[in-house]
Design a protein around this ligand. Structure first.
Ligand code: FAD
Length: 319
């Protein structure tokens, strides 16, 4: 079922889970074991992130270093196929502009359609390690809005089907896109960023998932601004529980977001107690989740980033 249909049919908020594909060398069984703890909550779908190739430096026999492009993670579509083979759950692979030409995007869509996957999240993707700003791949898309447009005009399996007089569906893919309640770090202001978000919706995106935030008021204000700008699609809030004191400095830098003073003070008070920090982060996120549900959020999206324990506790409390 498409996420848009799930959203329309749901009468109450449900959790969605986002996982990161495993590194090379991890087996299918190990992957399935890592997501098993979420299955007791019967998630309606699981998102699988997409990662571009990275540079790796290798030392040559003469002592010099050569630069190689390497793919460190299993592909999102392969991970989706593994999940589909074991669990009765929808999968939502992410698809990024970065590192892909238009033809490569088409091929990825072909692979998804082949597996019967008709949900995806369309994103620009981040810059490569070592690059300050995102630079588009030659022959690829610059912005997620262009990618959404490309997916909507996806002809691959449709043209094959058309040529044989078989049924076709130009809206085969249900498309989610990302948004930033605290503004994307490159945007000059939130208004411009929301205007750019609207371009993705106008290009055919069906719903929005937000970047993580730690103050729900930021999300409520963002939703109000989006509605005022004419964006009517569902806006799913994204959450991530803090689990280490280091994240207090890492997350704002990595995701361009604020962590409320009250939360940073609580974590500072916990000092060296890792367990206490973990507990504070889990409780904060549980309170956020309960409040979002009470305010009518359509669903709550969890960034698991390879961890399940704290999110399982939150799901148990909230759903
Ligand atoms: P865009 O919507 O293209 O926006 C990027 C910037 O360009 C913004 O500042 C925007 O305001 C601006 N902009 C957009 N359109 C225009 C235009 N026409 N003219 C001028 N400026 C414009 N990254 C990954 O690599 N893999 C993932 O799987 C992944 N999953 C994510 C899931 C979610 C829910 C979110 C919120 C983010 C995810 N990201 C992922 C991170 C994302 O790729 C980065 O944040 C990236 O920097 C921006 O992606 P975007 O799709 O929002 O870009």
């Amino acid at each position: 079922m498409k996420v848009s249909e799930i959203l329309t049919q749901s009468t109450k908020a449900f959790p969605s889970i986002e996982i990161v594909p495993p590194l090379r060398g991890i087996t299918k069984n190990e992957l399935l074991e890592s997501i098993a703890p979420f299955m007791e909550f019967k998630p309606k779908y699981i998102n699988v992130t997409s990662h571009r190739d990275e540079f790796e430096f290798r030392e040559e026999p003469d002592g010099s270093f050569s630069r190689h492009m390497v793919r460190n993670r299993i592909s999102e579509t392969t991970v989706c196929a593994a999940i589909m083979s074991e669990y009765d759950v929808e999968v939502v692979p992410h698809l990024i502009c970065g590192g892909n030409t238009v033809e490569e995007i088409q091929s990825r869509l072909d692979n998804m359609a082949f597996l019967g996957i008709n949900n995806l999240v369309a994103l620009r993707g981040d810059s490569m390690t070592g690059e300050k700003r995102f630079s588009p791949t030659p022959g690829g898309y610059r912005y997620a809005s262009e990618l959404v447009e490309g997916i909507r005009s996806y002809q691959g399996s449709s043209s094959y089907r058309r040529s044989r007089g078989l049924e076709t569906d130009d809206r085969f893919f249900c498309i989610g896109v990302g948004a930033y309640p605290e503004k994307h770090f490159e945007a000059p202001n939130i208004e411009t960023d929301i205007a750019n978000l609207k371009k993705k919706i106008d290009a055919g995106a069906d719903y929005i998932i937000t970047q993580m935030f730690f103050d729900n008021q930021v999300y409520y204000d963002f939703v109000d601004k989006c509605r005022a700008a004419g964006i009517t699609v569902p806006i799913i809030p994204g959450l991530k529980p803090i689990s280490t004191s280091r994240q207090i400095s890492v997350l704002p830098e990595a995701f361009s977001l604020d962590i409320p003073l009250e939360l940073t003070r609580e974590i500072a008070k916990a000092g060296d107690s890792k367990d206490k920090v973990y507990q504070i982060g889990t409780e904060w996120c549980t309170a956020q989740c309960k409040d979002l549900i009470a305010h009518g959020a359509p669903a709550v999206h969890f960034y698991t980033m390879g961890k399940s324990g704290n999110i399982v506790n939150i799901l148990r409390e909230c759903f």
